[in-house]
Structures are given as C-alpha cells and as structure tokens.
Ligand binder design. Structure first.
Ligand code: ZN
Ligand code: ZN
Length: 351
C-alpha cells in the first residue's frame, strides 16, 4: 500500500492534519469492525484501514523526526514530536513470548509446531478505557460532575464525585466490542516451522499475523528435552549402545538408533567408537549436519548357556589348531618363544 492508496482508503486529502487522520481512522474502524459489522468484507476492510493508518502515521513520524525537514508554513502548526502525542494509537504490533520445548530429534531435523494460545491486548476501539466519552452531559449528575451526598442523618449535605462520569460531567457510553472491560482477548493458532539445528536457549522470532486488527508476533524461547539415549555435547550428537559381544567379535551388522530412526551399522571387532558421517547435529541452524558418534559397549553373558559354552570350546579349539598351522601368527610365535624359554630354564638340563 503506498501513500496515495492509504489516503484514499481513509477518504482523506493529503493535506489532512494529524487530528483528522486519527479521527477518520477511528470512525472507519468503529464502522467496519467485524464485531459490529456483519458484512463479509468487514475483517478485510478493518485490516486495510489499520494498515493505511499505521503507514501514514509512520510516514508522518519519520518526517517529523527527519532533521532536514523543510520548515512548515507559518499558518500550519508544526508537527509535534512523537512523545507529546496522547493518547497513543493502539499498538500496531504486539509480541507474545512463549517457551517451546523440543525433542532432540526435532531439534536435529527441524519440525513444524502448532502453537495455540490466547493473547490479551488493550481494546483498540476505546483505547483501553472501556467506554467512549460523549459530547452530551452526564445524565446522572446533569453535567455537574458531583452528586450531593447526605451525611449525619440528612442534616448536612456534602458533594461526592459522580461515579458515572468520573467528575468531568460528560456522558459515557460503554464500549461494546470489549464489553466495557477495556481489554480484549484473542485466541491464535499458528503453524511455526522450527529449522533444523536450533540449540537450547535460542530465540526464534515468528513474523506477525493480523488478529483483530493487531499484528501479533511470536517470540519463541527454545528448550531441548533430555533424551533417553542421545546426548548433545558441544554440538556433537552421541550415543552409547550395548551390543552383543559375540556379534561384535563376528563383525556383524547391528541396528543403531539415529535421529531419523534405526540405521544399520557394521561392527568391527577392532573398534568401539564409530563415526556416522553427516548423520549428527547440524553445525548451525539450517546448516550441514555434523557426524554422529556411536560408542558400542560389547556385552558378554556372565554365565554362558551350555550351548554357548560348547560353541566357545569349539571356537577355542579351532583357534589353537589354526595357530599351530600358522607358526608366524602371533599365537604361533608366542608358543615357540615359550617352548624355547622352558627348555633353557628347566632345572637339571644345564651343563
Ligand atoms: Zn473497548
Ligand atoms: Zn456525572
């Protein structure tokens, strides 16, 4: 929306004063507000009216703040600095701060969260007052602002401030959109995309959407829930898993958990720590993924079953035969060394 469209939306000439601008905006919002206007176009019109008003308001404030602004003609009052304007228009943008707790998988892979909540703001129609002050005199005190109050059994009369007009003698009209409360509550529901690689304590700013003529932004404070087996240390995803010691000795494949689900990994009886490339935590939000470190803890049964014992005996026997057949193997060399030592060291064989 440009400046010309904004003026057209509010039905004003470019020469309108700040007061005229505000008056036109209030009149149009009160006419088009969806709470009072059943037309299907009401919400859209209210949005456009608010947009036009805030756009022109900002333009005028910028002009007022600009140091090189040309001097105003003497006939027109100079624009007042922002601080003197009262009462302020309803905030065009409100920010709600929310905590969002993510699982480690969600933080690693990113996710979409649906956030619901209620948000309370000052009523834009009555500027948070709960009522509108009319030009007519207060009907209760007839515009005097005070009411006579009998004291001492009616012998003396004092005056008290009229509670209806709070002493200014002008009639008030209860604000319908906020039912006189001065505040309105809107419920919101937002789908928020959390990028992969966010850390605990990160803050995420969600672009605002218009609710009830107010732009509602969300500020998310992220937390990451502790995980039963994954850990994140210095940005590195790790996991320690027990594996069957025999499977490890046999270089078998095992299933290991990764953020996406179970993965197949080939064990290697020479290694306890494995690095799964590109399957870890992103180096930075939306960045490439680091490595995932898996530490295996081979586990052997304390008491093997009879079947396991028989197989282990077979394995040991096969291993001994193999060592004999390969004199250059580590075990074969050791046997020869031991035999030589025994021959030398045996008592009674020395010269
Ligand atoms: Zn109100
Ligand atoms: Zn009154």
């Amino acid at each position: 929306m440009d400046k010309h469209e904004a003026y057209r939306e509010l039905g004003l000439p470019h020469t309108a004063t700040d007061e005229q601008l505000k008056a036109a905006w209030r009149r149009l919002v009160s006419r088009w507000h969806p709470d009072r206007n059943p037309s299907r176009d009401a919400a859209h019109r209210t949005q456009r009216i608010n947009k036009a008003y805030h756009h022109l308001r900002n333009l005028r404030d910028e002009e007022a703040d600009a140091p090189a602004a040309p001097p105003q003609p003497a006939s027109k009052p100079a624009p007042k600095p922002r601080t003197e304007k009262a009462p302020p228009p309803p905030p065009p943008r409100e920010v709600t701060v929310r905590q969002v707790s993510l699982s480690l998988e969600e933080a690693t892979l990113g996710c979409v969260r649906t956030l619901r909540g209620r948000f309370t703001h000052a009523c834009g129609t009555c500027q948070g007052q709960g009522h509108r002050v009319l030009a007519s005199a207060c009907t209760r005190c007839q515009g005097k602002g005070t009411l006579p109050k009998p004291a001492l059994f009616g012998w003396l009369w004092t005056q008290e401030t009229c509670p209806d007009c709070e002493g200014d003698g002008r009639q008030r009209e209860r604000c319908a959109p906020c039912e006189g409360k001065g505040q309105r509550s809107i419920s919101y529901r937002r789908h928020v995309r959390i990028p992969p690689g966010v850390r605990a304590g990160d803050e995420l700013s969600v672009p605002g959407t218009l609710h009830d003529g107010i732009e509602l932004g969300l500020e998310l404070r992220l937390a990451i829930e502790p995980h039963p087996f994954f850990t994140l240390e210095d940005g590195q995803l790790r996991c320690e898993i027990p594996v069957c010691g025999y499977a490890w000795a046999a270089n078998q494949w095992v299933e290991v958990p990764a953020p996406e689900g179970l993965q197949h990994m080939r064990l290697n009886r020479d290694a306890l720590v494995y690095r799964l490339r590109g399957q870890g935590f992103p180096e930075r939000p939306n960045g490439p993924r680091g490595d995932y470190i898996v530490k295996v803890v081979p586990s052997f049964p304390e008491t093997p079953t009879a079947e396991q014992q028989a197989l282990l005996d077979q394995l040991a026997a096969a291993s001994a035969r193999a060592a004999e057949a390969q004199p250059d193997s580590a075990l074969g060399r050791w046997r020869r060394q031991l035999a030589g030592w025994q021959a030398k060291a045996a008592p009674g064989t020395k010269d």
